[in-house]
Design a binder for this molecule. Sequence first.
Ligand code: ADP
Length: 173
Amino acid sequence: MSKATEDRIEIHPGDITKLDVDAIVNAANAQLRPGGGVCGAIHRAAGRNLREACAKIGGCKTGDAVATDGYELKAKFVIHTVGPVWHGGKQNEDGLLASCYRTSLKIAKQIGARSVAFPAISTGVYAFPLERATQIAVATVRDFLAEDEAIDKVVFCTFGAEAEAAYRKELGR
Ligand code: ADP
């Protein structure tokens, strides 16, 4: 029998670049440049080959995702997804954020990654309200896992007490 959806979801407080999972997701920018925040940290940890791989791809649309190798990371792959910038909620930010999680998991399945870690996409510089983003992240991941057995484990990597509390509340843990 397959493992229940809830047993395949974990919260991990800390730095996503340290995680030993098949794929980590990057909250990337549309140009796929190193930038700051979690994206800058991932690029620093993965090394210059990641920057070159991203430059070769050239860019990614909001709500979409692309995969590269993980280079110097423990993770074999990085899935780069571009979250929406928060403009008040009337520009399909919710739909685009859900698409980031869904598309990243679809790509993980395509490349054979069975364990995937997500940061709290769009909740930093892109200013998406944390609680609302957390609800979308958890609901979208739950739906995907319930429909599809390709992914064994999804880790929500929380950076800071506020994000950890939001995920614990949403997951009821
Ligand atoms: P965005 O531009 O999508 O808002 P940010 O990188 O600014 O992306 O922030 C996204 C989330 O990633 C924020 O919740 C931030 O606290 C978190 N974050 C920053 N650095 C790390 C890291 N090393 N590991 C995990 N999460 C991180």
